[in-house]
Design a protein around this ligand. Structure first.
Ligand code: CLF
Ligand code: SF4
Length: 490
């Protein structure tokens, strides 16, 4: 606890934030989100989110989604999008997806459902717009609903073509919809959207943004009326809509949005987007985090988004898309629910005794201190400390103070331990990326990296392997306050 209110930097959801890009921590103002009492949640909503990895932070520890890249066409132009890449609203630019036919999509879904026990949600998130490319979206979701009735269906859309499909979404039992809403003021929209294609013609400038805005609000209201759970994604574009997203949050909350996901703009010249070519800067991780703090409370705020690709498969932290490419799919497959049902029973036992609400909110800690620490945790999922430092591909970053424990974001890294030998340069990059953190909790760590981290002021411990993450943090934090854990942490 030596550094007390550390000046720490938060990395958050920067999708390509490999440590080699010198992601660091700093300028973090302690979050006010550590409410000690979880919101009372409507049991019907709790039921809807309990196994959706995006709508519940807790569920993302256990459950996986898969995306089907069946909808390449789009009806608007965003200045952060280059059509040779996936839809930047729901995917990581620069990663091309396999475009699937509805038939291939069904075979892929059956293959994944048979092999990935965590699968709970099938979504269509581009590569264009699921509602505009409606014929393919519908032709994909209907047979999946028929053949695999125990998966949840989800789509993501820019909202322009949403209103005319809301009733069909209800009929198809699509329970979760994400709308990307970046503005509620069409003047600001003109800086984001050069044109839209609507009702058989192209609109430019303020007319385009006004129509888009009206359709987005109408679509959101219609979904709310019909009981479909909605999440709003907003791309934070510094100097364009960053402050304005507070207003966006108010509008979408008033229209029933369950969750708001403020995502950082991804913009590099090599992507060939308008913003990339114009030098539009991306928000720093601490800016994203500060904005999320400001909208927290009005709606639930998503902090665990990975801005995943349009063909992603698996836990949000463990993309397995490469195992299910078109060439690997069996010509025919029959759905077998065995693995998934066995896994669900296991997870129900695992979750017993822990309330979903409590783990979705900050967990109050017992320590009587207002000092704040930043902690990196290595995990393979399941909410536990269960990954070796050398094998980790991602670290989850938590803050802990008297108010509670809060997930801040994640840091993507390359594993430095490769089958018995070390990649020294990779290890150094990881250690550099952890600059500003106070603690590292992992299932195991060698003496050499542990000592190197200690020299950089980061105490590392492998003493909590197998524990639940929040319990490990709570124990360590409390023990440190009482000066009892120094031996374990050094
Ligand atoms: Fe896919 Fe989106 Fe449904 Fe999730 S993703 S369509 S709501 S099932 Fe999730 Fe991926 Fe973030 Fe999207 S982590 S980009 S929020
Ligand atoms: Fe690109 Fe998606 Fe915007 Fe369409 S909605 S222009 S695919 S980012």
């Amino acid at each position: 606890m030596s550094r007390g209110m550390s000046k720490c930097r938060i990395t958050n959801a920067a999708p390509a934030a490999r440590v080699s890009e010198a992601t660091t921590f700093g300028d973090y103002a302690p979050s006010s989100r550590g409410s000690s009492e979880p919101d009372a949640m409507d049991p019907a909503i709790r039921e809807k989110i309990k196994d959706h990895p995006c709508f519940s932070r807790e569920a993302h520890l256990y459950f996986a989604r898969m995306h089907l890249a069946v909808a390449p066409a789009c009806n608007i132009q965003c200045n952060y999008c280059n059509r040779k890449y996936d839809c930047a609203n729901e995917s990581r630019p620069g990663v091309a997806s396999h475009r699937l036919t509805p038939d291939q999509a069904l075979r892929r879904t059956i293959a994944v459902a048979n092999e990935v026990p965590q699968l709970s949600v099938v979504g269509i998130a581009g590569p264009g717009d699921a509602c505009y490319d409606w014929r393919k979206t519908k032709a994909t979701l209907m047979p999946i609903a028929r053949e695999i009735p125990d998966v949840k269906l989800c789509i993501s859309t820019n909202g322009l073509a949403l209103p005319e499909h809301v009733d069909e979404l209800v009929d198809m039992n699509v329970g979760h919809v994400t709308i990307t809403i970046n503005m509620v003021d069409p003047k600001i929209g003109t800086k984001i959207y050069p044109w839209i294609f609507y009702d058989g013609r192209r609109y430019n400038g303020i007319d385009a943004s006004r129509i888009l805005h009206e359709r987005q609000m109408l679509g959101l209201e219609m979904l709310t009326e019909r009981g479909i759970l909605t999440k709003v994604n907003s791309v934070m574009i510094p100097g364009v809509n960053d402050e304005h997203l507070i207003e966006v949050n108010r509008w979408v909350k008033d229209r029933g949005a369950f969750m708001h996901n403020v995502m950082p703009l991804i913009s590099e010249p090599s992507h060939g987007t308008v913003y990339g070519l114009n030098g539009q800067r991306c928000p720093a991780p601490f800016e994203v985090n500060a904005l999320r703090d400001r909208v927290e409370g009005n709606t639930k705020v998503m902090r665990h988004c990975r801005q995943c690709r349009a063909d992603a498969v698996g836990l949000l932290s463990d993309d397995r898309a490469h195992e299910f490419t078109i060439s690997q799919l069996p010509a025919e497959a029959t759905y077998d629910s065995g693995k998934r049902q066995a896994y669900r029973k296991l997870i129900e036992r695992e979750r017993r005794g822990q309330t979903l609400d409590a783990r979705d909110e900050a967990t109050p800690v017992s320590a009587p201190s207002d000092e704040l620490l930043l902690i990196a945790v290595t995990t393979k999922g399941g909410g536990r400390v269960n990954e070796h430092f050398g094998h980790a591909q991602e670290m989850q970053i938590f803050s802990v103070c008297q108010k509670g424990i809060g997930l801040i974001g994640h840091l993507k890294i390359d594993p430095y331990c490769l089958g018995g030998w070390w990649e020294k340069a990779t290890l150094n990059s990881i250690i550099n990326a952890l600059e500003g953190l106070d603690l590292l909790i992992c299932s195991q760590i060698g003496n050499s990296p542990k000592n190197t981290l200690a020299r950089r002021g980061i105490r590392a411990t492998g003493a909590y392997g197998g524990s639940y993450i929040e319990q490990a943090i709570d124990s360590l934090y409390s023990a440190m306050l009482h000066d009892e854990a120094l031996a374990a942490a050094t």
